[in-house]
Design a protein around this ligand. Structure first.
Ligand SMILES: Cc1ncc(COP(=O)(O)O)c(C=O)c1O
Length: 387
């Protein structure tokens, strides 16, 4: 058998903190390694497979579309793409009417930055400390953590960072150059912190008053993860620009920016070769249909509550190592009083894949289709490891 670990180590740059297993198969909330060991997957491709690994509807849609047309330049119209545009308008906040399709979260954020600059004719952005928006230069400039930024300076000028969920600090920073405020509703990489409804309401009013674009990054929190199709819907918030990606197409790479009619985009001055390709669009159409037909938002809400309540009943917040448990829907973070990595490794040995978020948080992003039995397994192993 080929030594997959050896090959990757020899030929891949060491950019990812690797775990020592080779995943070869997935179905719903389970994945298997090359030795046949089974895991409950609360990494889910970093929050990509909200509808479960190898979802039958998506597999079927990809198969069908692959036999018809895989690629189609944006200079031509396409049936799968047209349908996706319609679906995106139907599921997003009412004011969002137009989309740009791309291939990743970072690319969605890049587009949002360009569109906000063009619309406002202003240059600067205010983002949040602990926020994460991606690794390309614009998205990285919006990202606060020096760990990601410092080796790549100089970054794009004009980005400032203020404490998350603190309206006064944000307001102080807004000036005549501010083109956009770019924030998450739930800071994912930053440790699973949920902003307050009142905060977002004030931010919305400030943006209206000052002619600033409100850009909400829901790359991680979108598509039912938090118990609503988009987390901004918990806040009754209508952003000017919504950035989405990750689980939009059931695991096929895709990103999108959804815009209100306030947003102006220069004619024929933005684009990407693969954006809106029929294969990804067909996968996204099937993924979105699955979410709606299976009321995945409600499932996430109920399973999120179940996970949170069961963890509390098991006494998680009384454990010496645990500082706090936070969640919105099935987006859950357990903040420890020490580094989380060792516990994440122990969980893996016991058959649960989990993510860090910052140094001290264990983050769980299971497929929203996970069974209650699967959740019980995760709860049991978490308590074992943290006790
Ligand atoms: C909130 C948020 N924005 C943007 C990104 C970047 O997305 P991508 O990795 O697809 O470029 C991420 C990735 O984790 C994210 O969580």
């Amino acid at each position: 058998m080929t030594d997959n670990i050896g090959l990757e180590e020899e030929h891949e740059f060491d950019v990812y903190p690797k775990r020592g297993i080779v995943l070869v198969k997935g179905k719903n909330a389970k994945v298997w390694d090359d030795k046949g060991k089974e895991y409950i997957d609360c990494v889910a491709g970093h929050g990509v497979v909200n509808i479960g690994h190898c979802n039958d509807k998506v597999v079927e849609a990809i198969h069908e579309q692959a036999q018809k047309l895989i690629t189609c330049s944006g200079i031509f119209y396409n049936d799968a793409r047209a349908l996706l545009y319609k679906k995106l308008v139907e599921i997003s906040p009412d004011n969002l009417k137009s989309s740009f399709l791309c291939n990743s979260g970072a690319e969605a954020v890049e587009a949002a930055i360009k569109f906000a600059r063009y619309t406002t004719k202003k240059t600067d952005f205010i983002c949040a400390m602990r926020g994460f928006h991606g690794r390309t230069f614009g998205a990285l400039s919006a990202t606060a953590n020096p760990k990601y930024r410092d080796d790549f300076k100089p970054l794009v000028p004009g980005f400032a960072h203020v404490p998350f969920n603190n309206f006064e600090k944000l307001k102080e920073k807004v000036n005549e150059n501010t083109a956009g405020i770019l924030i998450e509703i739930v800071q994912g990489e930053g440790g699973v912190h949920v902003g307050d409804k009142e905060y977002f309401k004030q931010v919305r009013e400030l943006c209206d008053e000052k002619g600033v674009m409100l850009i909400i990054d829901e790359v991680q929190s979108g598509f039912c993860r938090t118990g609503k199709m988009f987390a901004c819907q918990h806040m009754e918030l209508e952003p000017d620009i919504l950035c989405i990606a990750k689980s939009i197409a059931g695991g096929i790479p895709m990103g999108a920016v959804l815009c209100s009619d306030k947003v102006e985009v220069p004619k024929q001055k933005h684009g990407t070769t693969f954006g809106g390709n029929p294969l990804a669009c067909a996968a996204a159409n099937a993924a979105i249909d699955f979410m709606l037909e299976n009321k995945l938002d409600k499932q996430a809400e109920e399973k999120g509550k179940y996970l949170f309540n069961k963890l509390r009943e098991a006494g998680i917040d009384k454990l010496e190592k645990v500082r706090e448990v936070r969640h919105l829907g099935l987006f859950l973070g357990i903040e420890l009083k020490e580094k989380s990595r060792e516990y994440i490794e122990k969980l893996m040995e016991l058959g649960v894949l989990a993510l860090p978020a910052g140094a001290t948080v264990i983050r769980l992003l299971p497929p929203l289709t996970i069974s209650y039995e699967g959740l019980d397994f995760v709860i049991d192993k978490l308590i074992k490891v943290l006790r």
